[in-house]
Design a binder for this molecule. Structure first.
Ligand code: ARG
Length: 458
């Protein structure tokens, strides 16, 4: 393509370092789609003849059929997907193929192709998140009354309901959906027609190509257009945040599936066995979701570092934008699918969860609250009295509600037998009925609102 300027061909090293076809062939559909929109516009603007446009368009469709059937050939001499398609078009229709690149550069071409690809990746992530939300809401609805220990510092804190815990992840997924949708709205401008960097002297119609490719409008500044990868970073930022959430949920499933917890059994279809320990069932899918999150966050870091020192406009460094986005998108799709499957197929052990909630003096705050409410004691003093009760129960090896009334009144005479109603885990969760709280009735309301938002009952 630039042979005229050089005395010798590129060295083998140059050929290899320059080639992006091994990975950017993933853009072939977007590349052909962008070229078809471009050529239709060139003809409509009478920049090329209708006859040439027809030959080019038919050639592009033939190439699409070939790639669909046989994959994209990988020839490093052709560098990238754009030159690979153009070269094949020349084989098929001859020199007319050369008219396709009128009023265009690979710089606006790659920016357009990559945007189209990234926009679809955002849509896939949103769909995957909605499927996960559906599973979370379903399981939360089934478990609005299932009592489990709530933790802070991974120490038993207060009893909560499993439904409430699962709905916490629903909220995270909801924010993730909005981040992908927001990224998609911001990338809704078409760079095609920005040409190499400065625009073009041909009388192109950028609105026409933008709308043919499903964008609301063309980008406003050609220099920005060919050097902007914010859309890819927006996608990766949303993906990284989503991966953090998935990793936290994965970590909880891994803990809960361990024998000392025994809160959950993960579906066999998403677990593996051990080759030497027959009793084992390992939560590999959850571990890999946790592991993949590191690679997704690494992809974000990779592209941020690639971009941070680049002057306007295009620099070849930007060719390295694609592998991290492709990798992160693939890992995220898989992680979302695996997590959806684990949540939908998990078997929760309500007895183990309840026993754990009852074991850790989880209702101590309820005793303190009761002292405040029923005996008019200031909270700080009530906290102190409760601490003494916990200490006594611990030394006797009993639960708080197994202390006798004599033992309790021995600690503070203002306690009476009504206190036992506050000390059960059921009473505790039922009492936490503030907006957003863990009370089963509140959880049912959250679930109902979520089901409605997702259109689950239509
Ligand atoms: N393969 C290149 C990329 O992915 C296409 C753009 C090349 N532009 C150029 N001026 N060399 O970034």
């Amino acid at each position: 393509m630039w042979g005229g300027r050089f005395a010798a061909g590129p060295s083998a090293i140059m050929r290899e370092i320059n080639a992006s076809i091994p990975f950017d062939k993933a853009l072939w559909r977007e590349d052909i789609r962008g070229s078809r929109a471009h050529v239709a516009m060139l003809a409509a603007q009478e920049i090329i003849s209708a006859e040439d446009a027809k030959a080019i368009d038919e050639g592009l469709q033939a190439i699409a059929a070939e790639y669909e059937a046989e994959g994209v050939p990988e020839n490093w001499d052709l560098e990238d997907i754009h030159m690979t398609v153009e070269s094949r078009l020349t084989d098929l229709i001859g020199p007319t193929a050369g008219r396709l690149h009128t009023a265009r550069s690979r710089n606006d071409q790659v920016a357009t192709d990559f945007r189209l690809w990234t926009r679809a990746a955002c849509e896939r992530a949103e769909q995957g998140l909605i499927a996960l939300q559906t599973a979370l809401v379903t399981r939360a609805g089934e478990n609005a009354d299932t009592i489990m220990p709530g933790f802070t510092h991974l120490q038993t804190a207060q009893p909560v309901t499993l439904g409430h815990h699962l709905m916490a992840y629903f909220e995270m997924a909801k924010r993730d959906v909005s981040r992908f949708a927001d990224a998609r709205a911001r990338m809704d401008e078409c760079p095609l027609g920005s040409a190499a960097l400065a625009g073009t002297g041909f009388a192109i119609d950028r609105n026409a190509t933008a709308s043919a490719l499903g964008f609301t409008r063309p980008t406003a500044n050609s220099l920005d257009s060919v050097s902007d990868r914010d859309f890819a970073l927006d996608f990766l930022q949303a993906a990284a945040q989503c991966a953090i959430h998935l990793s936290r949920l994965a970590e909880e499933l891994i803990l809960w599936a361990s024998q000392p917890f025994g809160f959950v059994r993960l579906p066999d279809t998403l677990s593996t066995g051990s080759s030497i320990m027959p009793q084992k069932k390992n939560p590999d899918a959850a571990e890999l979701v946790r592991g993949h999150s590191g690679r997704i966050m690494g992809s974000l870091t990779s592209l941020m570092v690639t971009m941070k020192g680049l002057p306007l406009a295009y620099s070849k460094d930007m060719q390295d934008d694609k592998p991290p986005v492709f990798e992160a998108a693939g890992l995220l799709d898989l992680s979302l699918a695996a997590m959806q499957g684990m949540i939908a197929g998990a078997t929760f052990n309500a007895d183990r969860m309840r026993a754990a909630a009852e074991a850790g003096f989880a209702t101590a705050t309820d005793l303190a609250d009761w002292l405040v409410r029923e005996a008019g004691i200031p909270f700080r003093e009530a906290h102190h009295i409760t601490g003494a009760a916990v200490k006594l129960a611990e030394s006797q090896g009993v639960a708080l509600d197994e202390l006798t009334l004599d033992q309790l009144t021995g600690i503070d005479a203002r306690i009476d037998d009504r206190v036992y109603r506050a000390l059960s885990v059921d009473a505790s969760v039922a009492s936490r009925s503030s907006y957003g709280g863990t009370a089963p009735d509140r959880v049912r309301e959250q679930v109902a609102a979520a089901r409605q938002a997702l259109g689950m009952d239509r």
